[in-house]
Design a protein around this ligand. Structure first.
Ligand SMILES: *[C@@H]1O[C@H](CO)[C@@H](O)[C@H](O)[C@H]1NC(C)=O
Ligand SMILES: *[C@@H]1O[C@H](CO)[C@@H](O)[C@H](O)[C@H]1NC(C)=O
Ligand SMILES: *[C@@H]1O[C@H](CO)[C@@H](O)[C@H](O)[C@H]1NC(C)=O
Ligand SMILES: *[C@@H]1O[C@H](CO)[C@@H](O)[C@H](O)[C@H]1NC(C)=O
Ligand SMILES: *[C@@H]1O[C@H](CO)[C@@H](O)[C@H](O)[C@H]1NC(C)=O
Ligand SMILES: *[C@@H]1O[C@H](CO)[C@@H](O)[C@H](O)[C@H]1NC(C)=O
Ligand SMILES: *[C@@H]1O[C@H](CO)[C@@H](O)[C@H](O)[C@H]1NC(C)=O
Length: 430
């Protein structure tokens, strides 16, 4: 019995190999990953010099990006090198013809003596309230004003992230009509700690939200040192407060690493053994009606949400109530930024899949939107009134902050856009 079946198998194997032409390429007969999916990906801007994260697109089509000195020591203004932490972009797409203009002025981007105060030990972020130190995000609000989020922190030339000083961490509003700062909100050291990292911000300008009537901003603190949380700001009074400190949903997940092109990436900190990814709450998006805030850690694959009323509340029991109000929405992949449109889709990167996906709160599921081998680390998104989703792809995980600790990025970095589905456009919370 045994012998006969072995013989039968051998006969079958030889007939299969005989049936298959030896010259045939296996790649033509086996199922393969198509690698691309979805609507057309349009290239908008190439970044040949500084390393970008944020993107903001105004109703007039003006575009702005920021360059965080906290992620790339070459983005750091040292008072002589002419670098800037935020710029207006002009279209180009050729190496010889790309243009960026320091915004709102070269002066605001040039803190006297540089972004680092070397008279303190250890060196710290300069304490200027009227200059930009290291911006991690820029966002156009529903009133078409540009807001610049300053972490107050940058890297020293050897890659050490300096602590912030009071005056550094702030939110600056710029009037796009005349390119002038109209508001500066400096965070107290009890809200933005010296080791906080103010990462991204979303705005709801509805007058009914607060007694001051000027709306609120919600900010993620993604600090790799671990004091993560969500900061809320009353744009009328300038008052700010924290929520969700210590909650697992704002912290990096345990022993997390991301995969790029199949390879796991561990985080590298100067002078220490490499470790798992340490980035906390970072991506942030408001539902189209402003009632729900979606957020997630970079070092993790789960998406979370909380009703915004719990974040705006700032009384004796508001923190315990907020911690009890967090929803876990399942795995949506690895992303940095997130963004919403009028479809109420929550767009996010999905870097391990070379993709942008969206979570639809109406059916509780995640859907791939666009996929392309040119998409790697999708950093930050901006939906614009022209009906497009803009996003930067900046190779973050190929930088020296990830194993093996050498810089494998290749310039240029890219700004892409894709038309939103179903005539979607920018939401309008005002
Ligand atoms: C920083 O700039 C210097 C001088 O242009 C260059 O040699 C170095 O490779 C750059 N480092 C990074 C991390 O881009
Ligand atoms: C640098 O630190 C010293 C000591 O704390 C302080 O007096 C000075 O104002 C700081 N300067 C800047 C630009 O941060
Ligand atoms: C922006 O500047 C324009 C032109 O000076 C002015 O009309 C408008 O009121 C300003 N907006 C804010 C928010 O200051
Ligand atoms: C810009 O507009 C604001 C608000 O109208 C005004 O206070 C400021 O002086 C203007 N700045 C310039 C440079 O025109
Ligand atoms: C990096 O430079 C800073 C400031 O110059 C210094 O305090 C620190 O010890 C250096 N760190 C390493 C790992 O070399
Ligand atoms: C959820 O909604 C999105 C957007 O309409 C849709 O593309 C997706 O197929 C839906 N998923 C399920 C499981 O119904
Ligand atoms: C988008 O707008 C066009 C033009 O107004 C309209 O014909 C089309 O039906 C709309 N599509 C959707 C999905 O709403």
């Amino acid at each position: 019995m045994f012998g006969r079946s072995t013989l039968a198998l051998a006969a079958l194997a030889s007939s299969v190999s005989a049936a298959r032409p030896k010259t045939q390429d296996a790649s033509q007969v086996t199922l393969r990953d198509p690698l691309t999916y979805g609507p057309e990906l349009e290239l908008v801007h190439l970044y040949y010099d500084e390393f970008p994260t944020g993107i903001a697109v105004s109703s007039q089509g003006r575009m702005f990006s920021n360059y965080p000195g906290g992620l790339d020591s070459n983005d750091t203004n040292n008072g002589q090198n002419g670098k800037y932490t935020i710029a207006e972009l002009f279209d180009d797409n050729t190496a010889n013809n790309f243009q960026e203009r320091p915004y709102p002025s070269r002066e605001i981007n040039s803190p006297p003596g540089g972004a680092i105060n070397y008279t303190t030990y250890p060196p710290s972020g300069a304490n200027y309230q009227n200059y930009l130190i290291g911006s991690q995000s820029c966002v156009i609000d529903p009133a078409d004003r540009l807001w610049i989020l300053d972490t107050g922190r940058v890297l020293t030339p050897n890659g050490t992230l300096v602590p912030a000083s009071y005056g550094g961490p702030k939110l600056i509003g710029v009037n796009l009509s005349n390119d002038t700062v109209f508001q500066t909100i400096v965070f107290p050291t009890t809200v933005a700690y010296a080791d906080s990292y103010l990462n991204d911000v979303r705005f709801d300008l509805r007058s009914s939200l607060t007694s001051s009537g000027k709306g609120v901003a919600y900010i993620t603190d993604s600090s790799v040192e671990g004091r993560n949380g969500i900061i809320v700001v009353d744009l009328g009074t300038g008052e700010s407060w924290r929520h969700l400190d210590g909650n697992p949903t704002v912290h990096p997940a345990r022993q997390w690493s991301a995969y790029l092109w199949g390879t796991p990436l561990y985080q590298v900190m100067p002078g220490k053994p490499f470790t798992y990814g340490q980035f906390g709450s970072d991506g942030i998006a408001l539902s189209a009606d402003g009632a729900t805030l979606f957020y997630k850690n970079v070092a993790g694959r789960q998406l979370y949400s909380i009703p915004t009323s719990y974040l705006r509340a700032n009384g004796p029991t508001s923190e315990v109530l907020a911690q009890g109000a967090v929803n876990t929405l399942g795995e949506t992949g690895v992303t940095d930024g997130m963004e919403t449109d009028t479809n109420n889709y929550i767009y996010h990167g999905n870097m391990e899949q070379d993709a942008v996906s969206f979570f639809n709160p109406a059916n509780g599921t995640d859907t791939v939107f666009v996929r392309d081998p040119r998409l790697n680390w999708i950093d930050t998104f901006s939906t614009a009134t022209d009906g497009y989703l803009y996003f930067t792809s900046n190779q973050l995980v190929l930088g020296s902050g990830f194993y093996p600790g050498t810089d494998r990025r290749q310039r240029p970095f890219a700004l892409w856009r894709v038309q939103l589905p179903g005539n979607g456009t920018k939401t309008n919370l005002r």
